[in-house]
Design a protein around this ligand. Structure first.
Ligand SMILES: C[S@@+](CC[C@H](N)C(=O)[O-])C[C@H]1O[C@@H](n2cnc3c(N)ncnc32)[C@H](O)[C@@H]1O
Length: 280
């Protein structure tokens, strides 16, 4: 199979799931992954045959994509905040929007020492492992109720030596023994009614418990986080939350009576984040 034939096959067989622009990107990711340092010179002449040892990799990649697997699951990793994190079935692929939440925490706290940080609903550990690279003296705790997600967090912690304490814990029963300076969380926040807006491979392959909340009670995680912020944080603590773009007003109503509320949009210009500080 030549490079051109691989691309043609991708366009023919993936158009039920992806746009042309997305298919172009998926081809590029495969070249980067499988040709490594030889990319992009390796694909200048698209009539060139893909060497035998690599054919199988490209074929398997396409077959996995046809089955709806996200390319990060196929490669076994995702890039987040300049780090390579292991991911696979059962754990949410960390998103670029979430990098902006990390940015916000670091803008405020990068120069402070000995912080106690809770990453509530930590998944792969993306947020806390990224923070650990910049808050070197921080004590980081990550909780998640998914065994599978925590296995990835533990592995990522080992690879990146982030000293993250991973605890299998339901957020709704969590009673920490320490008081935190920072809570950061990207909890499930997509309402069932928004499923129709989502990419089929997200719906089909990523864990639903990581994403969805019921239409009737979409703020359930944010209410619990408010309780934890009230009861298990130090006086000048701050909480940073990734949020549903459609629920800005409801969230402001939930938090503003008690806390100073600041909001930010993501790089797509959708409302995405809140920062809550205690009124002194
Ligand atoms: C949107 S994902 C975020 C993962 C990670 N923080 C990130 O940004 O990539 C939400 C996470 O919440 C976890 N989760 C769902 N319900 C939970 C609960 N009741 N208690 C603790 N974690 C929960 C899921 O397993 C999932 O890993």
């Amino acid at each position: 199979m030549s490079i051109q034939e691989f691309e043609n096959k991708c366009f023919k067989e993936l158009n039920f799931l992806y746009s042309d622009q997305e298919i172009n990107s998926l081809c590029k990711y495969a070249y980067q992954e499988y040709f490594g340092a030889n990319w992009p010179s390796e694909i200048l002449d698209k009539s060139q045959e893909i060497i035998n040892e690599k054919q199988e990799l490209f074929e398997n990649y396409l077959n996995q994509l046809i089955l709806g697997n996200p390319y990060q699951y196929i490669f076994g990793y995702a890039e987040f905040y300049g780090l390579r994190l292991k991911v696979g079935e059962g754990v949410l692929i960390p998103r670029p929007e979430t990098e902006q939440l990390v940015d916000w925490v670091l803008e405020d706290f990068a120069t402070q020492d000995n912080l106690k940080v809770l990453d509530a609903c930590c998944g792969s550990g993306a947020i806390s492992i990224a923070l650990s690279k910049h808050l070197e003296s921080a004590r980081l705790t990550g909780i998640d109720n998914s065994e599978q997600a925590l296995e990835y967090a533990i592995e990522n912690d080992k690879i990146h030596q982030s000293n993250l304490r991973c605890i299998k814990q339901d957020l709704f029963n969590f009673k920490p023994k320490v008081k935190f300076n920072i809570i950061v969380s990207n909890p499930p926040y997509v309402r069932d009614l928004e499923k129709k807006e989502m990419h089929l491979n997200v719906l089909g392959k990523e864990p639903h418990a990581a994403l969805f909340v019921s239409d009737n009670d979409p703020l359930v995680f944010y209410e619990r986080l408010r309780y934890l912020f009230n009861h298990y944080t130090e006086d000048h603590a701050v909480m940073y939350l990734e949020c549903n773009q459609y629920l800005k007003q409801d969230l402001i109503e939930l938090y503003s009576p008690q806390f100073i509320v600041e909001s930010r949009d993501d790089f797509r210009m959708n409302f995405r984040m809140l920062k809550l500080s205690k009124k002194q």
